[in-house]
Design a binder for this molecule. Structure first.
Ligand SMILES: C[S@@+](CC[C@H](N)C(=O)[O-])C[C@H]1O[C@@H](n2cnc3c(N)ncnc32)[C@H](O)[C@@H]1O
Length: 271
């Protein structure tokens, strides 16, 4: 059992417990969307007052769904490129590498701040290359092969990279990696602003960074990114498994693209 006092996480790092808890709750739901029982196992091994995160059923469902959509993109990529490199940036304690079970020729890098990387090694062991680094500082990329197709995932990371740092990071990645895809959950400017009033984020005392509205904005980052698709998750078939009244509300929102964009959306680029 890992005790809260010994985790040594700052408020930004602590958000990994929020997504871990969401996946754990989803796995225990009557109709799980992601069905990640390993996340529930890890959450059980951490002595932390998860109740203080006040996770609402809507956040549990949308977190599970966005993880599922991102997993699908990774699986498709590694199937097409069994020699790929996968980078999960700001990986926290996510078990994506286990869920995606990539072919043996794939090199998978789970990257997060050093404290989190240590915790990850302790809980998950070495199921992937675990890199303890600040992703906004390009030095860590030196150890990542720069001659293979790459799938980059950044789930729940964007709001924690202030100013231009996400953009600068994207440029460094696409300069180092020859070709590949980037998938992230994209927060609009409003969603990023509204996050600071979210009870969970408020409880952790975090200032969220800026988001962007236009899914084509990253095409102007000078990082060679081209939009493949923007998925508005309110319109995903899996919403049928959302609990009520979240399902009804999500279906109502799905009629408006502008409203849906403020909720969970997954952005997919190639470079
Ligand atoms: C909301 S959590 C998401 C964790 C994981 N992707 C998931 O879905 O469970 C945000 C993660 O970003 C990490 N993070 C924030 N800033 C970072 C940085 N500059 N470099 C590396 N990781 C960072 C935090 O430590 C945390 O694990």
């Amino acid at each position: 059992m890992l005790h809260e006092a010994h985790l040594g996480l700052d408020p930004v790092q602590e958000t990994l417990l929020l997504t871990l808890h969401a996946r754990a709750l989803d796995s225990r739901a009557p109709e799980p969307i992601l069905g990640d029982a390993l996340s529930a196992e890890f959450a059980d091994r951490i002595d932390y007052d998860f109740a203080r995160l006040k996770l609402k059923p809507s956040l549990v469902a949308s977190t599970a769904l966005r993880a599922r959509k991102l997993d699908d993109m990774v699986r498709r990529f590694v199937t097409a490129h069994p020699d790929a490199v996968v980078l999960d940036l700001g990986c926290g304690l996510d078990t994506r590498v286990v869920r995606c079970a990539p072919p043996s020729g794939v090199d998978w890098y789970d990257v997060d701040l050093p404290v989190v990387a240590d915790l990850r090694r302790e809980l998950l062991g070495e199921r992937s290359h675990v890199v303890g680094a600040d992703v906004t500082q390009p030095g860590w990329l030196r150890d990542v092969p720069g001659d293979r197709p790459a799938m980059i995932v950044a789930e729940g990371l964007l709001p924690f990279l202030p100013g231009a740092s996400f953009r600068t990071m994207a440029r460094a990645l696409t300069e180092h990696l020859p070709t590949g895809e980037l998938a992230l959950n994209g927060y609009t400017r409003f969603a990023a602003w509204a996050m600071k009033y979210h009870p969970t984020i408020k409880a952790l005392g975090i200032d969220a960074a800026e988001g962007f509205d236009d899914p084509r904005e990253p095409e102007r980052w000078d990082a060679g990114l081209t939009l493949v698709e923007e998925q508005l998750l309110t319109r995903a078939p899996e919403v049928a498994a959302f609990p009520q009244p979240v399902r009804a509300l999500t279906r109502l929102m799905s009629h408006s693209a502008a409203l849906s964009r403020q909720g969970a959306r997954v952005l997919h680029y190639r470079f």
